[in-house]
Ligand binder design. Structure first.
Ligand code: SER
Length: 319
């Protein structure tokens, strides 16, 4: 069986992706790494390597010894935290990518996944149905690093034949992991507050629409992209991937259909400006035609799933 490594396994996407990879390939074939221990029992069934993704020597040692078929390199500082520590965000996001791309260039890894984001777009990008090759003008360090990273991925593919694949994720919403430092985090936090019977204070405006995706769709899309034959991958920067677009008030209304007493207040902070610079919806025609992408879960179903799953988790923690 092919061996796989997930770098950044303790993060929001990392936890869900590891669980899916374990189910697909077997726990023994998936190694996980991070600078902190993942807060998930299932993830920790895999072999855990303490790894600083910015440490070139350490990353290269692990990859040269591991001879992984695929490496999912997810470690990054996201949009909101990145604005507080711009140089640290750039260093982490870029240096870690170079470490993995160089290892792949050496032939130690066959296939690399690296996530990009809707943060590559900016105020001059069209707001609706943003095409794959829209004008990029990222305003955050996170977005700048993702845009630069996309071109580095394509560069390593074209110059050195590195099989690196990427998705521009929208905001991701799941119940198994916590988001950390992003502008779309409200869309996870709001379900936790509602389930705990608390009011939620949203840091974005009530009418701020953003592209979003249910975590299981994002994970399935990632695995589908990575399983596709190389000649189907026409885009070596990063694929637009769409699912749904909604505002905080639409999520709140959806939750109130299950929990009529749930209340949301709005206190937009510095993250509002980031959200405003991003598009509202994404055209993902290329991903659909190249490797068959199709989202499955939309807002009403996601709301039921999130409330149900978080509710069960809370109950089992109490008993
Ligand atoms: N979820 C990310 C963020 O908000 C977007 O890629 O930073």
């Amino acid at each position: 069986m092919a061996k796989i490594l997930v770098i950044g396994a303790a993060g929001q996407l990392g936890i869900d992706l590891v669980l899916a990879l374990q189910a697909q390939h077997g726990v023994g074939n998936v190694d996980v790494s991070d600078i902190r221990v993942p807060d998930d029992e299932g993830v920790m069934h895999s072999r855990f390597l303490h790894l600083d993704a910015t440490d070139e020597g350490a990353v290269h040692r692990v990859l040269e010894e591991g001879r992984y078929h695929a490496v999912y390199h997810l470690a990054a500082m996201l949009s909101a935290t990145g604005e507080k520590k711009p140089i640290a965000a750039w260093d982490l996001n870029m240096q870690s990518l170079f470490n993995v791309l160089e290892a792949a260039k050496e032939g130690w890894v066959e296939r690399v996944f690296w996530p990009s984001s809707i943060a590559v777009f900016g105020p001059q990008t069209p707001k609706q149905d943003v095409p794959q090759d829209a004008l990029f003008d990222p305003t955050t360090v996170y977005g700048i690093s993702k845009q630069a990273g996309e071109y580095w991925c394509r560069y390593y593919h074209e110059k050195f034949g590195v099989d690196v694949r990427s998705i521009r994720y929208p905001g991701l919403i799941g119940h198994r992991s916590e988001p950390g430092g992003g502008t779309t985090d409200y869309a996870v936090e709001i379900y936790h507050a509602a389930t705990a019977g608390e009011a939620y204070t949203c840091f974005l405006r009530a009418d701020q629409a953003l592209p979003m995706m249910y975590m299981d769709d994002a994970v399935r899309g990632t695995l589908e992209l990575m399983a596709a034959p190389a000649d189907r991958i026409q885009i070596r920067t990063s694929y637009n991937l769409g699912a749904m677009s909604f505002t905080p008030s639409e999520v709140a209304n959806g939750i109130q259909q299950h929990l009529p007493n749930f209340q949301v207040n709005y206190a937009p902070d510095h993250r509002q400006a980031i959200a405003e610079s991003w598009p509202e919806s994404i055209d993902d025609t290329a991903a659909r035609s190249d490797w068959g992408w199709e989202p499955r879960v939309l807002l009403p179903e996601m709301t039921s799933i999130m409330l149900d799953a978080i509710g069960k988790k809370t109950q089992s923690a109490v008993h």
